[in-house]
Design a protein around this ligand. Structure first.
Ligand SMILES: [Zn+2]
Length: 70
């Protein structure tokens, strides 16, 4: 699996209701992309397709930077 490093990456989420900003681990979002805002309880569904695209991009730049992903 190439995702080990990015599994524990904190993804910044902004609540569409109260604009509260918080972080969720990519691993947690992969398990359950439906999260509740810790401030107002608004249910937020994270678009994992979009997220995974971003993760791919990050993985590539990480590889370019010379990190070893295992
Ligand atoms: Zn909120």
């Amino acid at each position: 699996m190439a995702g080990k490093f990015l599994d524990s990456y904190d993804l910044p989420i902004t609540c569409p209701k109260c604009s509260n900003e918080f972080n969720k681990k990519v691993r947690e979002l992969n398990t359950n992309p439906n999260i509740a805002c810790p401030s107002c309880g608004q249910l937020i569904t994270v678009d994992m397709k979009k997220i995974n695209r971003e993760i791919k991009k990050m993985e590539e730049s990480v590889k370019k930077a010379g990190f070893r992903l295992r």
